[in-house]
Design a protein around this ligand. Structure first.
Ligand code: GRF
Length: 223
């Protein structure tokens, strides 16, 4: 990237897109020194598409074969991405598992947000599983995407308290509110070239992150 060329983000969504909107607003407000070059959905009915368009962001839909798309979903997705030359690709509620080949091709240039304190609770239904286990804390993780599902190096986590009487809805709302803070924060580091991928690890300000950074929201909720 030469000086003066804006850092370009591509955001992949499948649904509501509240993280995408938080990221896009942070770009528009200047707290991420980047522009959202494109929002791509694998579902035609993703509510986030309208939200992105309302912010003046270009959108695209790449459908998998079962939803009426061609057989070559990943090549089509790669093509849609390459057309916009993203410096970083942010998965934000993108509900498809990408192949190892696709991930390896974009290694170090793809981030995801997962609603748990990874490595705990990879996969789906994290809030229900946390409640079922009786955990007292929960959160979200922004991590580099590697071929191992929800297994790439974590950059930043938010921690929230599980409160007595929490339901899946109240807990997920509490976690999501923090997602909208930590994902833009990590993408701002990317755009400032403070965050890098090297030797299979995340590096921040030239230091290898052997453990994730943590933003603790537990006290904030009680005060
Ligand atoms: C978020 O909770 C995120 O952690 C998970 O999917 C959800 C997406 O929500 N990966 P939204 O579409 O950003 O509102």
């Amino acid at each position: 990237m030469s000086a003066g060329t804006p850092f370009r983000l591509a955001i992949l969504i499948s649904g509501r897109g509240s993280n995408m909107i938080a990221i896009a607003r942070a770009c528009l407000a200047g707290s991420i020194a980047a522009r959202v070059a494109v929002v791509i959905s694998d579902r035609a009915d993703a509510a986030g598409l309208a939200g992105a368009a309302a912010l003046g962001i270009e959108t695209a839909t790449v459908l998998p074969p079962r939803a009426g798309g061609g057989a070559a979903f990943e090549p089509s997705l790669a093509g849609a991405l390459e057309a916009h030359r993203p410096d970083m690709i942010a998965l934000a509620g993108f509900m498809r598992i990408l192949s190892g080949r696709f991930v390896d091709h974009h290694l170090g240039r793809m981030l995801n947000i997962h609603p748990s304190l990874l490595p705990a609770y990879r996969g789906l239904h994290t809030h229900a599983r946390v409640l079922e286990a009786g955990d007292t804390q929960h959160g979200a993780s922004v991590h580099f995407v590697t071929a191992e599902l929800d297994g790439g190096p974590v950059v930043l986590q938010s921690k929230v308290a599980v409160e007595p009487g929490d339901t899946e809805a109240t807990l997920s709302a509490r976690v999501q509110a923090t997602e909208h803070i930590i994902y833009p924060r990590v993408l701002a580091w990317c755009a400032q070239r403070r965050l890098a991928w090297r030797e299979g690890a995340a590096w921040l300000d030239g230091r290898r992150l052997d453990a994730p950074m943590v933003e603790d929201f537990r006290a904030a909720a009680r005060s």
